[in-house]
Ligand binder design. Sequence first.
Ligand SMILES: Nc1ncnc2c1ncn2[C@@H]1O[C@H](COP(=O)(O)OP(=O)(O)O)[C@@H](O)[C@H]1O
Ligand SMILES: [Mg+2]
Length: 330
Amino acid sequence: MTAALLEVDGLVKQFGRHGARAVDGVDLRLVEGEALAIVGESGSGKTTLARCLLGLIEPSAGTVRLCGADLASLPRRRRRAVRARAQIVFQNPLASLNPRMTVERLVAEPLRLHAGLRGERLSERVDALLGDVGLDAGHRRRYPHELSGGQAQRVAIARALACEPSLLVLDEPTSALDVSVQAQILNLLADLRDRHGLAYLLISHDLAVVRNLCTRVGVMFAGRLVEVGEAGAVFAAPRHPYTAELLASAPGAGRAALMAGEEAADPGGPRRSGGCHYAPRCARRAELDGPEACARDRPTLPDGADGAACHFALATRREGRAHHDEGVSL
Ligand SMILES: Nc1ncnc2c1ncn2[C@@H]1O[C@H](COP(=O)(O)OP(=O)(O)O)[C@@H](O)[C@H]1O
Ligand SMILES: [Mg+2]
């Protein structure tokens, strides 16, 4: 069995004592080299989940194990080393780069700090990293404001790669970029994954991006994972009514799929104490004339298997599906 790179159990993050739970009991597992996408509309808790996974914020409950080590129980020094195994690339590269540092310094910084490189070796490694992300030496002396959005994101990716991580968390890595640049960055990410054997946890509301980069997908609604499975299978035959809603709102190629959610009054959905978070909005529940279980019992994902956290999950339709999406196995 492949060793788990990331194991998350019962993760909860509540902001403030009386605040809603931005992440409300998430379990997930990622193995070496795997590419998992987390999709869900704005406000569903994706970024909060990512920040907990990387130890950037403390979870309120639950555990995060990275490379087999529980982050919370590690001594500070060891924690830093383990945390470096996972790096994050944020949505807005210009906001994530120090405006007073040149590209050269930005890329050198993690190498100095974590790998202790100096002088010639440092300089060579900076060149290699810039080459890796498709920037030439001419960019070394530039400041972030002198870069295009795509170039700045390449610098952010080079920084993330500096310590040779096993896992890259990509939080909407292309959504702040011009459409014409998005494909280039996606190609770069696909290429880097192949070359470095990286695992990806991709957060996106754009199903086209997910299809490009990921083999597995987890669908998040109101702080919970409501469906997990192979991307092809989930997209071809969603089992959770929310996944079905999400796909229905993404016509054609599925570009900018979940944008509608960004405008919604309560984008993350209600966080109620009992029952299913999705129940008030659920077409399936309405169709079944509001069964009580939806309001009473919290639906859970099947233990360690693909499926949906729904009392009345949609049956997977086997016939007539295979030819829509090659390689789908249901
Ligand atoms: N630092 C914070 N303090 C208080 N509430 C927060 C904070 N960060 C996020 N939230 C809330 O948590 C919920 C999930 O947010 P977020 O994780 O950013 O969702 P997503 O990335 O899916 O859009 C939202 O309701 C948001 O307002
Ligand atoms: Mg976010």
